[in-house]
Design a protein around this ligand. Structure first.
Ligand SMILES: NC(=O)c1ccc[n+]([C@@H]2O[C@H](COP(=O)([O-])OP(=O)(O)OC[C@H]3O[C@@H](n4cnc5c(N)ncnc54)[C@H](O)[C@@H]3O)[C@@H](O)[C@H]2O)c1
Length: 439
């Protein structure tokens, strides 16, 4: 076990005595921007969010010889201690620094890049702070909890010239790449319809009574900071680690958990990484609003895209198969994790399309973390830049908004506005619990 260094201990004490989470801390730490390093140098990485995905991503980065994990941050002391232990075990030293406040980590001038794997309600604030410090960023999907927060990330990443990779790692898998290239190269003709099948329900959850009841937060967790910009609800174990997805205060249910995977792939094949739907109509089944888990359990969203393309994105409707299916005038392709099927059975045996068919070549990546590090060095875009992740998640956000207002909405994709519907437009953003703010 590793003892957190002084900076982390001081930081945690400041959190606790303030009683108001980050109130005692300056909102921004500025003036610590790192200079861009030459491509030959090792990339130093800081980790923010040491839970399930953060641990997995960190292990992948530890496997890359030109990357050095130098610091980690979490508001759960146990998660932080465990991940710092993993890093130090790998390097056989005790050098990995521990932080409780992500802003302190961002202020470290010896950190080139950060990996962010925090719950969705924290994506916008932490990513924008990272960009302000000119860190290159590996951030998780969906890009953020609202369209407005996604826009803030895209703008900050652009303004500060950061490299961004989204954790939509399916793009780095061969079967998804092949499927998208077939569609992009017109080999199934003109696309008329796309089906995106996402999970239904509430994941694999533990619903025993103790787990579902309000209790005092455990001593290792700074719950006030964990809940951060969202409404300060009573602590319920079933609404925190891993399960924050199933309450709209912190997550977006199965729809928003998966839109950054299968809709991301659908857009890749269509060439719509910077495009969006024109009309969106969603219907869904919701638990009571005050239930511990209140996210949509079954949903069907019909979307109209440019070029007369219709998309159905659904969870729980048996006619829509899990994964992504494109249907064209000359055939179809379906892809999911570990699976590939197509109207032309010959494609199933190919690892990649023959060169003669690859008039349009999509970026090839065989390792998502590697692709990020290569881009940090080359300063070329990753396989899933921030703009792409923004557009991949927009259909999910708009589908949810349509379900919440109970009607079809029209989207001006170029100006990113909902047309003629003030009530729906309000849901493009969300208030921040003070003192947190993006301004
Ligand atoms: N790409 C994928 O396949 C994939 C898979 C799972 C999760 N994810 C994404 O990864 C992210 C994390 O999900 P998870 O399942 O690991 O959640 P998790 O609850 O297991 O872990 C989140 C961690 O973030 C910490 N945290 C919360 N607020 C923080 C703050 N302000 N500062 C520092 N740490 C903070 C928590 O204490 C926790 O340790 C989510 O965006 C999720 O959508 C992606």
């Amino acid at each position: 076990m590793t003892t957190p260094k002084v900076g982390a201990a001081v930081s945690r004490r400041r959190f606790l005595i303030s009683g108001g989470a980050a109130l005692a801390l300056p909102h921004l730490i500025t003036g610590c921007a790192t200079a861009r390093k030459s491509p030959s140098q090792q990339i130093t990485l800081g980790i923010v969010g040491c839970g399930g995905q953060g641990t997995g991503n960190t292990k992948s980065f530890l496997d890359q010889p030109d990357c050095r994990v130098v610091a980690a941050c979490d508001v759960d002391h146990n998660h932080l201690r465990d991940l710092v232990g993993v890093v130090n075990d790998r390097y056989k030293n005790t050098d990995c620094r521990s932080y409780h406040d992500f802003r302190e980590l961002m202020g470290q001038s010896d950190i080139d890049a950060v990996m962010l794997a925090v719950p969705d309600h924290w994506h916008g604030l932490i990513a924008v702070e990272a960009a302000r410090h000119k860190k290159d960023i590996y951030g998780e999907k969906p890009l953020a909890r609202t369209v407005a927060e996604q826009q803030a990330i895209v703008q900050a990443v652009r303004r500060h010239n950061c490299i961004w990779q989204t954790g939509s790692w399916q793009r780095s898998e061969n079967n998804f790449h092949k499927a998208a290239e077939i569609v992009r190269n017109g080999l199934i003709g003109k696309i008329t319809r796309v089906e995106v099948g996402l999970p239904e329900g509430l994941g694999n959850v533990n619903d025993n009574a103790q787990f579902m009841m309000p209790t005092a937060p455990p001593p290792e967790l700074d719950y006030n900071t964990w809940i951060g910009p969202s409404e300060l609800m009573l602590y319920v174990r079933a609404r925190t680690h891993g399960n924050w997805r199933w309450n709209y205060n912190t997550g977006g249910g199965q729809l928003m958990d998966w839109v950054g995977h299968h809709c991301d792939i659908a857009h890749w094949g269509l060439g719509f990484d910077n495009a969006g739907p024109l009309e969106i109509e969603g219907h869904g089944e919701f638990p009571p609003r005050d239930a511990v888990w209140n996210t949509c359990t079954k949903y069907r969203i019909e979307l109209k895209y440019p070029d007369d393309i219709a998309m159905t994105m659904a969870g729980g409707d048996k006619d829509i198969r899990a994964g992504t299916k494109w249907i064209g005038t000359d055939g179809w392709v379906w892809v999911d994790r570990g699976h590939f099927e197509a109207s032309n059975e010959e494609w199933a045996d190919m690892k990649q399309l023959p060169e003669s068919e690859r008039k349009i070549k999509l970026i090839i990546s065989t390792n998502h973390q590697r692709n990020f590090l290569d881009s940090v060095k080359s300063r070329q875009p990753t396989i899933t830049p921030a703009e792409t992740a923004h557009h991949s998640a927009i259909p999910g956000h708009l589908g949810l908004i349509s379900m919440l207002v109970g009607r079809k909405i029209k989207w001006d994709a170029e100006n990113e506005l909902i047309l003629n519907d003030p009530e729906a437009s309000e849901l493009l953003t969300r208030p921040f619990r003070p003192p947190w703010s993006l301004t």
